[in-house]
Design a protein around this ligand. Structure first.
Ligand code: AKG
Ligand code: FE2
Length: 489
């Protein structure tokens, strides 16, 4: 699977390069074959020309008669065999080819991005993302392809935009897709959206251009029936769109927090609590006092990040959701991750130690470091890091150290656009900054879960987002978690 991580997607560039080289070898071998055949043809034509000059003399001469007959029996048979012979070159790929799953994955990511960041197909097709230039103007056939895939993933609203754009860009010179195909696509999508009247218009236009078009002929009647049904009964209720509150506006960065909340937040040097902090105070930015959420700036160096990325790249696999036995792949989380043990490298151990020095929480109850990389439009929908176990059961039984009391998440990269971490319940959002880390408590001081810590990873619009999570569990923190984190207390 390629689409769930930018790091994996990078391999596709190499894959295409190898395919082009392989196609080149194929063309070269076929070129040699054609060259040989051309030379043979010229020789044979030259000989024939001789014969045509004096046909009777040529066929009555026993030598040339023999040669002519023999040529036809032996020489031409050899030609026939040679022509059908395989030159041995095949299209070879260095790594596995992406699958239709990948195409659909990217198409879905695109719809997600359009949704959250309010991007129009027209803007995107012109090569612009949020007013920044990212690529060239797309062609009719390309817009059609996108619309078509969005349509097959059921993203009809966005499919409609792309197909309309495809039709708008359509001109006689732009090959690759016919007007009829685009209009049939539009009719299909509009029908799914309940816009039967416009769907019928497109179907009629298709039939005007191509009266025997099978798709249009088949769909005309049902659409007409739906129009009638709609007139009489209205449309069946559509399932409500999921409402994630202010998640999208936090992702876009256009949610304005009340000034009253902002007024109490400070940036300061954190120099209390641990001996480490006394010697090396950390730059701390408060995002929220209750629940306690802070950002530590410049806590991991570029060199350390490089090491972490190098070790984790070979370990990446699709991220799962859910605890213990119930883990599964889900569209709610599209990223890849890998787990790093302290023993793997001194830098990994150093990060654990730093996490302890930062938070004063015991790492004896911490999970391994989870390094994650997000793919195109990669995201993690609003969730909690704590688990709510069934009555009588433990949270995170395979860790066996209680619930996740706190989360420390290091940002291992900047992200060109998007990829914020947001807390919709409390209206807090933070955009990744390479080298900083975000820290919060998932549980109240009394050990109950704090549902306000609901958080999400916004889809990455442009760039490759890398993070590293350190989840800290309850056991051993009894005398470490402070009652108050107010610096004045
Ligand atoms: O990547 C992010 O911004 C958040 C990730 C997250 O919440 C998680 O992995 O649990
Ligand atoms: Fe999380």
């Amino acid at each position: 699977e390629y689409y769930s991580s930018v790091e994996q997607m990078r391999q596709l560039i190499n894959l295409e390069e190898s395919l082009i080289a392989s196609l080149g070898r194929y063309i070269k071998l076929h070129g040699q074959k054609i060259e040989f055949l051309t030379r043979q043809r010229d020789l044979l034509a030259k000989e024939l020309k001789e014969g045509k000059k004096q046909e009777i003399a040529y066929v009555s001469n026993p030598v040339s008669a023999f040669l002519l007959t023999n040529r036809l029996v032996t020489e031409w048979e050899r030609m026939r065999t040679f022509m059908t012979m395989d030159v041995g070159a095949k299209l070879e790929n260095t790594t596995a080819m992406p699958t239709s799953e990948d195409v659909l994955g990217v198409a879905e990511a695109m719809a997600r991005l359009q949704d959250i960041y309010q991007l129009t197909a027209k803007q995107m097709a012109s090569g612009k993302i949020l007013d920044r230039k990212f690529g060239r103007q797309l062609k009719t056939a390309e817009c059609y392809e996108i619309g078509n895939k969005l349509s097959s993933t059921g993203n009809y609203r966005y499919a409609l935009e792309w197909l309309r754009e495809s039709l708008r860009l359509w001109s006689m010179e732009s090959p690759g897709v016919s007007k009829v195909e685009v209009m049939n696509g539009l009719s299909f999508v509009l029908s799914h959206l309940g816009e039967y009247e416009e769907a019928l218009e497109f179907t009629k236009k298709v039939l005007k251009l191509q009266p025997d078009n099978q798709i249009a002929l088949k769909s005309k009647e049902p659409i007409e029936q739906w129009i009638e049904y709609k007139k009489q009964h209205g449309l069946p209720a559509t399932p409500p769109m999921p409402n994630y509150g202010n998640y999208p506006s936090l992702c876009r960065g256009d949610y304005q927090r009340p000034l009253k909340e902002l007024a109490n937040l400070r940036c300061r040097y954190e120099h209390r609590r641990t001996p480490f902090l006394r010697i090396a105070p950390l730059k701390l930015e408060e995002l929220s006092h209750d629940p306690y959420i802070v950002v530590y700036h410049e806590v991991i160096s570029t060199k350390e990040i490089d090491t972490v990325l190098t070790i984790s790249k070979p370990l990446l696999h699709r991220s799962m959701v859910g605890a213990s036995q119930k883990k599964e792949v889900s569209k709610t989380r599209t990223s890849n991750n890998g787990w790093l043990e302290d023993a793997m490298h001194r830098v990994v151990a150093r990060i654990s130690q730093r996490t302890e020095d930062m938070t004063d929480l015991a790492m004896s109850a911490a999970e391994q470091l989870q390094v994650g990389n997000y793919g195109v439009g990669g995201h993690y929908l609003p969730h909690h890091d704590y688990a709510i176990p069934e009555p009588g059961k433990d949270a995170y039984p395979d860790v066996g150290k209680g619930n996740r009391i706190a989360t420390v998440m290091y940002y291992l990269s900047d992200v060109d656009i998007g990829g914020a971490t947001v807390f919709p319940e409390i209206g807090v959002g933070i955009f990744p900054q390479k080298g900083s880390a975000i820290f919060w408590y998932n549980l109240h001081a009394n050990g109950t879960v704090d549902s306000r810590t609901l958080h999400a990873a916004c889809p990455v619009l442009v760039g490759s987002k890398w993070v590293a999570n350190k989840w800290i569990h309850e056991y051993g923190q009894e005398f470490r978690r402070p009652c108050s984190l107010d610096p004045k207390a």
